[in-house]
Design a protein around this ligand. Sequence first.
Ligand SMILES: [Zn+2]
Length: 162
Amino acid sequence: MAEGEKRGRLGGKSSNPYHENKKYPEPTICPRCHLAYHNGRWQKAEDNVSSEKPHSSHCPACRREIDRFPAGLVYLRGSYLDQHRDEILNIAKNQARSAAEQRPLQRIMWTETGDEHTEIATTDSHLAMRIGKAIESACKGELTMKHAQGAELVRVYWERSV
Ligand SMILES: [Zn+2]
């Protein structure tokens, strides 16, 4: 029940209400994804953390997933995408999978295809950029990245029409 202190910050001065750099008591276990905060970072709890009463707190990635508040948004568009959608979305998934081996807080939150574009939301801005760069290097096209001012949100646009 370590809730409370964070919610009020949304929309306030803090550029990062999700406290990605916050220190937690050790060990802390995320009740949702079971990552453990240990040695100063969130990691997979492979060997049982030796504490009879670990603290419980949602990790920053789960907080973003619960609130549906991404740190990165990738927008894909163009007719090339329509013809190669599975292939391109697989590139994104593979990037997320390999990122998560070292950084389990970097996750894809959702992939949604609308009329204008396909949107991939991530819990971490670096993952969004990584996905954009990987798609560009595999499929060419045009890549643009925009950091929203004062906010910890990156928008990545990729487009290829032919
Ligand atoms: Zn979690």
